[in-house]
Design a binder for this molecule. Structure first.
Ligand code: ZN
Length: 680
């Protein structure tokens, strides 16, 4: 399947050796010829992603894009330091050994290499997802001896520190499992700050002190509160607490100066005044550190909807802080995927048609439904807390009052989703869990397009459809509300994917395509999602609940007509769909029922549906699915390498083109970033 890719990669490698770039007329490689997998280790796969249509951006847009990608990469060290104060010296020591030692084969070297790769994925010594500290599989003596051999300048020692001082600092942090155990502790009953390894609070600051400090700042009458604490480290000096603010002239100044240097170049070539104003406000915020400037920036950013190129750059999400206030530094540069955004525009433009043709009772339908146009984007660079692991959708800003007063931007990142999907092909999953080669071929052919369309219909129409009867409390379904709501949106999407209208509108290529979505959806809802359930547990997460609810309900409805059934072959369970059209009818019946429950606020009906279909797990099937999954050895976590951008200037220094190269390796990329973008 990937044969054509090998040919293409050879060509690319030649280019990169020669002039380090493609010819500018070179088109984005096709899905078939692109190799999505870079390498795998421990529980991770490293992927690369295409940047389709970058070649059709104008020269001016390419110039802007390039400056923004540079601004994004300049902040890399910040996230390492935020995750743990010892991350940077540890990373540097590991990289120095990795690049200098002649021994590349001993167990100790291989252990160190693995550890370094883990550190790169997680921007530090704690697992990016679980937050647990990594356990080194190389010897402490080996590490100490190797550090002493490397050129001392490669260690970038702290001021006044010598090699012994460095070792005294980092050796226990790496090798003593009892310290810095957890990056962000969420366990209740302990001091979350002093038990977390994160560097958002200074030495000696306790949770109680931090909470008191920020509670005092908050004014309950303030209708437009800033995001308190977002851009600072809270420290204790001479018995007093104060904020060490992330800004030029403050904490992380040397990195932020570089960020601003490139943002200024970007502002000068912005696509329009609205975008220029947003970039300039971001620059101002980096200089002032004043959170009012940050809010002003967020408002300008959310209002800039006309620009094709867009970006995030700064202290944004607060998951890394156990108190949920401090922003980790992240950046992403992207441009609107015009073709895919057109897809969501077509859906929105036909919102009323879909509403009218929904199987729900007319009294529960909206007279005037407005679909939401979600923007589909192509990521051009991932950085900071978005790199190497990254989300596939973004919804910002986080400030509640700004969202209420000015709205938010919601985007899905198509080329990252594509990379996940394409990399998963050929991993044996389909062959293991799908009934026959017919289903494998069906999903192979249509799976990507139908899964994107499902997301679009779910987001643009599903959640926007239907209405509550007058006087019904929107929270009437209480704890069952989110499962019912997600089921409603999924059912709306599933029902209409099987309608010829979506083929008429050009959203699916033919009237067979929807079957791929039905097959994967029911296989997931009835079987494969159970791999995430630890034996003995129930299903808690509302998306997982809604999928099982739909799948089990439709399966039960199929008892007589056998539209869908579970068949056992050699002791293994499979989903078999015998009549896709009848499945669609059952989906319509459940949609009508769920819309009725939602519109009338029928709590007991919601309770019964969820408790009977969505929560409980068959223990034997749970274990069977987990065993079959384990056999496939699929890496649960994915990281990415970025493409490499090289600007082309004419002899007068004028920007004339941007080259993109996809061939950089994982270690190669991190070592280059550590050389070129290490400012702390
Ligand atoms: Zn949803």
């Amino acid at each position: 399947m990937k044969k054509s890719f090998i040919v293409a990669m050879t060509a690319l490698t030649l280019f990169s050796c020669g002039e380090k770039a493609f010819k500018s007329d070179l088109k984005t490689p096709s899905v078939e010829e692109f190799d999505y997998t870079v390498e795998e280790f421990s529980d991770k796969a490293i992927l690369r992603y295409r940047v389709p249509d970058i070649e059709v951006l104008t020269t001016a847009q390419k110039e802007l894009l390039y400056y923004l990608t540079e601004a994004a990469l300049q902040g890399r060290d910040i996230i390492f330091d935020q995750n743990c104060i010892h991350n940077l010296p540890i990373r540097r020591a590991l990289e120095a050994i990795y690049t200098n030692t002649a021994d590349r084969t001993s167990d100790n070297f291989r252990g160190l290499e693995l550890y370094l790769k883990e550190v790169w994925v997680s921007n530090g010594i704690h697992h990016h997802y679980s937050g647990d500290k990594f356990t080194p599989t190389f010897a402490q003596d080996y590490f100490i001896a190797e550090v002493k051999k490397v050129p001392v300048e490669s260690l970038k020692l702290r001021e006044g520190q010598d090699i012994d001082g460095l070792l005294a600092e980092i050796v226990p942090v790496i090798f003593d499992p009892s310290i810095y155990k957890k990056r962000t502790n969420q366990a209740s009953g302990v001091d979350l700050i002093t038990t977390s390894a994160g560097n958002y609070y200074g030495e000696g600051v306790t949770q109680k002190e931090a909470e008191d400090f920020y509670n005092k700042m908050k004014d309950p009458n303030d209708k437009e509160p800033v995001m308190y604490g977002l851009n600072s480290k809270l420290i204790e000096k001479d018995g007093f607490l104060s904020e060490d603010v992330y800004k030029i002239g403050g904490l992380y100044s040397s990195a932020l100066e570089k960020v601003v240097y490139w943002l200024e170049k970007a502002a000068a070539v912005a696509e329009n005044d609205a975008q220029k104003a947003a970039i300039n406000k971001m620059i101002e915020f980096n200089k002032s550190g004043n959170l009012k400037d940050f809010d002003a920036y967020a408002i300008l950013w959310v209002n800039d909807t006309a620009s094709q190129i867009d970006f995030i750059n700064g202290f944004t999400e607060t998951y890394g802080d156990p108190l949920g206030m401090k922003g980790s530094w992240e950046a992403m540069v992207n441009f609107k995927n015009i073709g895919a955004t057109k897809r969501t525009e077509i859906i929105s433009a036909n919102a009323q048609w879909f509403e009218q043709h929904s199987p729900a009772e007319d009294r529960f339908k909206k007279e005037n439904v407005k679909g939401i146009t979600a923007k589909v984007i192509t990521a051009a660079i991932l950085a900071g807390d978005c790199y190497p692991t990254t989300p596939i959708g973004i919804n910002l800003p986080n400030s509640n009052w700004i969202r209420a007063a000015h709205g938010s931007k919601s985007v899905t990142i198509d080329n990252i989703t594509e990379a996940y999907g394409e990399a998963a092909k050929g991993n044996g999953f389909a062959e293991e869990f799908y009934w026959s080669s017919e289903e494998v071929a069906l999903v192979e052919k249509y799976g990507q397009i139908t899964s994107s369309l499902h997301t679009d219909l779910h987001e643009c129409l599903g959640h926007a459809s239907g209405k509550l009867l007058p006087g019904v409390d929107p929270d009437a379904l209480k704890a069952y509300g989110s499962t019912i709501e997600e089921a409603r949106a999924d059912l709306f999407a599933l029902y209409f994917m099987g309608d010829n209208k979506v083929v008429e509108l050009g959203l699916l290529p033919d009237t067979n395509a929807y079957k791929a979505e039905y097959y994967t959806y029911f296989t997931n809802g009835l079987l494969t999602q159970l791999t995430r359930i630890v034996p003995g547990d129930n299903i808690e997460e509302s998306h997982m609940r809604n999928r099982q609810l739909i799948a089990k309900w439709v399966l039960e409805k199929s008892k007589d007509d056998r539209a869908i059934e579970i068949v056992v072959r050699d002791g293994e369970n499979f989903v078999k769909i015998n009549d896709y059209k009848k499945v669609q009818l059952h989906i319509g019946e459940l949609l009508a029922l769920i819309q009725q429950i939602k519109s009338t606020g029928n709590y007991s009906a919601a309770h019964d549906l969820v408790e009977n279909y969505a929560v409980k797990v068959d223990r034997a099937i749970n274990q069977q699915i987990r065993d079959r999954y384990a056999k496939l050895n699929i890496k649960p976590y994915k990281g990415f390498v970025n493409p490499v951008y090289t600007p082309v200037y004419d002899k007068n220094g004028k920007f004339i083109d941007l080259k993109i190269d996809y061939t950089e390796g994982y270690a190669e990329q991190h070592l280059r970033y550590s050389k070129d973008y290490s400012h702390l």
